[in-house]
Design a protein around this ligand. Structure first.
Ligand SMILES: Nc1nc2c(ncn2[C@@H]2O[C@H](COP(=O)(O)OP(=O)(O)OP(=O)(O)O)[C@@H](O)[C@H]2O)c(=O)[nH]1
Ligand SMILES: [Mg+2]
Length: 260
């Protein structure tokens, strides 16, 4: 009998050290500024140190290990389409060890604008309201899923190993009202939605016995979203955010174990 939680943790720590936990290779994909790095840093625990702030745009892939029943060896790719990203994706998706699962991050059109994508530039390009900007970003998300699908199919062709995808619908602190959440879910999963059509096509190419997808709400950082004079408040609190981080971590572990 164990007297307390610490002893149980200690036991598992020693057990995992002795026998090791099985590894699963995971990839975090998605467009620029949807929240991949911040998500990875929360799921891996790195962000829970005092004074953490989001690091900004990634120029290269980021790696982290997430310990649990499975040791998740996770790579997040930079969203910007550069040779560095292409090379990194190639190495992981066509590497020796097959990718077990993909965490594909989307943000319901709330893509953080940075540098070359300043609101002023985007407004000149015709995205002069938040609604137009979000629609445009969501159309970009569909194209980005197509590109990710190409990588997944390459991995399937090389390894013939079943794969899964969790679509993390991120930044839900910006659309946490029940009807807003339902609308977001529809945008990604309703039969008529372009994003869902892309998921269905990918499933058809690989075969439903070999590819499975699901969606999960996610939030890792509480920050309002500003577009011109419009400000969308962040309406969750830290406790609610932590529950979402925990649920995502659990779902990653559950998928990694179930599809082993
Ligand atoms: N409201 C809100 N904002 C978030 C959340 N997660 C991230 N952000 C914001 O989005 C910005 C971009 O997050 P990153 O993790 O850097 O995005 P990324 O997908 O890694 O972007 P690239 O490195 O360019 O591919 C952060 O700096 C935060 O300002 C979230 O859950 N909610
Ligand atoms: Mg990043």
């Amino acid at each position: 009998m164990y007297k307390n939680q610490d002893q149980i943790k200690d036991f598992w720590g020693k057990f995992l050290k002795l026998f090791g936990s099985k590894k699963a290779i995971l990839a975090v994909t998605g467009m620029p500024a949807v929240g991949k790095t911040v998500l990875l840093e929360h799921v891996s625990g790195q962000a829970y140190r005092a004074g953490y702030v989001p690091p900004g745009k990634s120029d290269r892939p980021e790696k982290a290990k997430v310990k649990g029943a499975r040791t998740l060896v996770v790579t997040a790719f930079p969203g910007q389409q550069t040779p560095v990203r292409a090379d990194a994706m190639n190495k992981v998706f066509e590497g020796k060890t097959p990718v077990a699962g993909v965490l594909h991050v989307v943000s319901n059109g709330y893509t953080k604008t940075r540098g070359e994508w300043s609101p002023a530039v985007l407004q000149q390009a015709g995205a002069d309201t938040l609604d137009k900007f979000r629609s445009w970003q969501m159309a970009e998300e569909v194209k980005d899923l197509q590109r990710t699908g190409v990588e997944i199919r390459r991995s399937w062709q090389k390894h013939r190993r079943p794969m899964w995808m969790i679509v993390a619908v991120n930044k839900v602190d910006l659309f946490a009202e029940p009807e807003q959440l339902a609308a977001a879910r529809d945008s990604y999963t309703a039969a008529s939605s372009p994003f869902r059509e892309e998921l269905d096509q990918l499933t058809e190419h690989i075969g439903s016995d070999n590819f499975h997808w699901t969606t999960l709400p996610a939030c890792n950082w509480l920050e309002s979203f500003t577009w011109g004079s419009q400000q969308i408040p962040s309406t969750l609190n830290v406790g609610q955010r932590d529950v979402l981080v925990y649920q995502l971590s659990r779902s990653l572990q559950a998928h990694a174990s179930a599809y082993d």
